[in-house]
Design a protein around this ligand. Structure first.
Ligand code: ZN
Length: 310
């Protein structure tokens, strides 16, 4: 972790100043160059310690006020990437084995991505969500249980749809036990207008994609690489949709990152201007989902159970 902070000292300090990842903030001041050594407006870029590493080309801060929507497959206005720039996004995690493999592959070459996690998955393995956060990745959400919100019962009942969206944020926020981004991706990229409007009122940004790798339909890692690189070369740049949930993608990632570099692509990392604020009603609903807890159990264990003979 310390190495990462040194490598990314400048951009991490900038991106996380308001975001507050505690572990990184405590190490950043000593690891980062003295503020006077670099111009205030342009933090010095530090090369990746791995000579074969891609490194981050730039970090962009997204102001999510009003719920801006990104991804040219559906929304053309904010097409912020330059030629040969790539944003790496991963859906449907966190998941055992695969998510840690993806994190390692990214970290090995000093790049970062955005993870749209499923609330239920995060409640099953909160330790994995914490691993993603500790690696300095951006974490957004992808609903509570991956329902297509354009279909019933969600299409005819906005409250049910809001439950799916908000419980996703509450669950992932609880799993990380720290700030997460107001970034959201709809399952199956089905984006009903009334829910887009709702997310606008919540100042949550919506991410479709520029390029869908369809990695969830691919079994062989080499075919995941081929799909991503071929589509990127055709498009010239793009937000890339993949799944850390998928084993083939996790296996493909080291080679995919190598080919990105070989083909002159550069990775851009997105961070939010401010973290998401969850709503207590939905936090409570997530807690109520926990089958292994009781709302009676509010006192600390030490005051409930005492050894009186041993
Ligand atoms: Zn998904």
């Amino acid at each position: 972790m310390r190495l990462l902070v040194i490598v990314f000292g400048a951009s991490v300090t900038l991106g996380l100043a308001a975001f507050g990842a505690a572990a990184q903030q405590t190490t950043a001041p000593s690891a980062a160059p003295a503020p006077s050594a670099a111009p205030a407006a342009a933090p010095a870029k530090v090369a990746c310690a791995n000579p074969d590493g891609l490194g981050l080309a730039r970090t962009v801060e997204i102001d999510t006020t009003g719920g801006p929507a990104f991804g040219t497959e559906h929304f053309k206005q904010y097409d912020f990437l330059r030629d040969h720039e790539v944003v790496l996004t991963f859906d449907d995690g966190p998941w055992p084995d695969n998510t840690p493999m993806v994190i390692k592959a990214l970290t090995d070459v000093c790049v970062k991505g955005t993870f749209f996690e499923i609330g239920e998955h995060a409640t099953w393995r909160p330790d994995l969500s914490k691993v993603v956060a500790a690696a300095g990745m951006t974490i957004g959400t992808h609903t509570w249980s991956h329902k297509d919100l354009a279909r019933n019962p969600y299409a005819k009942d906005i409250e049910k749809a809001k439950d799916e969206i908000e419980m996703g944020f509450s669950a992932v926020h609880m799993a990380v036990d720290g700030p997460i981004a107001p970034f959201f991706r709809f399952p199956d990229l089905q984006q009903p207008a009334d829910l887009m409007a709702y997310l606008g009122t919540r100042n949550i940004a919506i991410f479709s994609t520029d390029i869908d790798t369809f990695d969830f339909k691919i079994r062989k890692p080499e075919d995941v690489v081929k799909s991503a690189i071929t589509k990127l070369q055709k498009n010239g740049k793009g937000i890339l949709l993949m799944h850390d949930f998928q084993h083939a993608t996790a296996e493909a990632l080291p080679e995919l990152l190598r080919q990105l570099k070989a083909n002159g692509f550069k990775v851009v990392h997105m961070v939010p201007k401010a973290p998401v604020t969850t709503l207590s009603k939905y936090d409570d609903m997530v807690r109520a989902q926990d089958k292994y807890s009781s709302s009676n159990n509010t006192r600390p264990e030490s005051s409930v159970v005492k050894t009186i003979n041993e």
